[in-house]
Design a protein around this ligand. Structure first.
Ligand code: ZN
Length: 373
């Protein structure tokens, strides 16, 4: 299907970050028995295992990440946040903000995660034959704001990579699409007044953070019109996302004409995820990837980087991620979704009238097709 190659960026140490204890997303307490953080290495490690088992890894170009420098982190993060993560990392086990535990040695791992994102962007921009990349980053990044970590995220990998593309590689227009189930608040904050980055986040309405991700947050100053939140109701599945892509994401990208596309490709929108109430299937993730790839081919010389964010069902995430990577590299294996039958009887493939009305309302709000972006 394509002669262009896909890079895969990962490092064993990504799986060694210790996100601390607790149960689901809360610390253990009087009646909540200790279980361990829901942000474990398992879902990501099993992605890598499945890529190897299916043989898809043989079609990818594996690139080793290089740690981001403190100067590179400081393109977004404050000196005091960087120093705080570094200090906690020496002993481990403290929060560097809001539910973002730094484990022992996590500073080095987080630098390597941000560095992996930078390496991916550098590769797809500078290489003649590698135009797409998947970065299996951990810890994730999209919640981290300038001065603190949030929601399992220590440093904002995608922001650091995008700023590298702007400042070092001279890329003018970047589309960042965030389909993680949670709002990409840290990424939004980074580019809220920037008209060179179009940020589009599709997320479950008021999931986490609850006080960001609203439709009305459209950017500020020069950035007004370049921040698009698409908050979806719980229960939204493949058909809703497909419709939202067709009606909002694609027309917005057509207008913006990005030179580089980055995706915060969290997989916690899957029907089996314990942290969200969305109903995406592996096939749904495949189709969203296809759409982004078509946009990258149309406007960005094929340059498309997907970064792992959330995804908390260790069994199902590998199948979602495998489908995404198959689509990125244009290679199909014999891996089929073994769990899809369990979704029969749900509405994940149906666009229900109230869901269509919601997406139509969002499209009208953005005045896609008529208004200025
Ligand atoms: Zn998430």
């Amino acid at each position: 299907m394509t002669s262009k190659k896909t890079a895969f960026i990962c490092d064993e140490s990504y799986f060694w970050h210790n996100a601390g204890g607790g149960a689901l997303f809360e610390p253990s307490s009087k009646y909540v028995e200790e279980y361990g953080s829901i942000e474990t290495p398992q879902s990501k490690r099993r992605v890598k295992n499945l890529l190897e088992k299916s043989g898809l890894m043989d079609s990818l170009v594996q690139i080793k990440p290089i740690p981001a420098t403190e100067t590179q982190l400081a393109c977004y993060h404050t000196h005091s946040h960087i120093e705080n993560v570094k200090r906690i990392s020496e002993v481990g086990g403290e929060d560097c903000g809001d539910s973002a535990i730094v484990g022992k040695g996590s500073f080095e791992i987080a630098k390597l995660a941000a560095g992996g994102a930078i390496e991916a962007v550098k590769t797809v921009v500078q290489s003649d034959d590698i135009k797409t990349a998947y970065v299996l980053t951990r810890p994730p990044g999209h919640h981290a704001v300038a001065d603190r970590g949030m929601g399992f995220c220590l440093f904002n990998n995608i922001v650091i990579a995008a700023k590298y593309a702007q400042n070092v590689l001279g890329i003018n227009k970047i589309l960042i699409l965030d389909w993680d189930a949670h709002h990409g608040n840290g990424t939004e904050a980074a580019f809220y007044e920037d008209d060179r980055v179009l940020f589009i986040s599709l997320h479950q309405d008021r999931l986490d953070p609850r006080n960001t991700g609203f439709l009305e947050s459209v950017g500020k100053g020069k950035g007004e019109g370049y921040n698009m939140n698409i908050p979806l109701e719980a229960g939204s599945g493949d058909a809703v996302y497909e419709y939202a892509f067709e009606q909002i994401v694609v027309p917005a990208a057509d207008k913006f004409m990005p030179e580089l596309i980055l995706v915060s490709a969290g997989q916690d929108g899957s029907i089996f995820d314990p942290l969200a109430r969305l109903m995406l299937s592996a096939e749904g993730y495949r189709r969203m990837t296809r759409t982004m790839k078509n946009l990258a081919d149309k406007y960005a010389q094929g340059r498309l980087v997907c970064l792992h964010e959330g995804g908390y069902c260790p069994v199902y995430v590998p199948f979602c991620c495998h489908a995404i990577i198959e689509e990125l590299c244009g290679v199909t294996t014999d891996v089929a979704d073994p769990f899809i039958y369990a979704m029969e009887g749900t509405n994940y493939k149906k666009l229900l009238p109230h869901q269509k009305a919601q997406v139509d309302g969002i499209r009208k709000f953005f005045n896609i097709g008529g208004g200025a972006l």
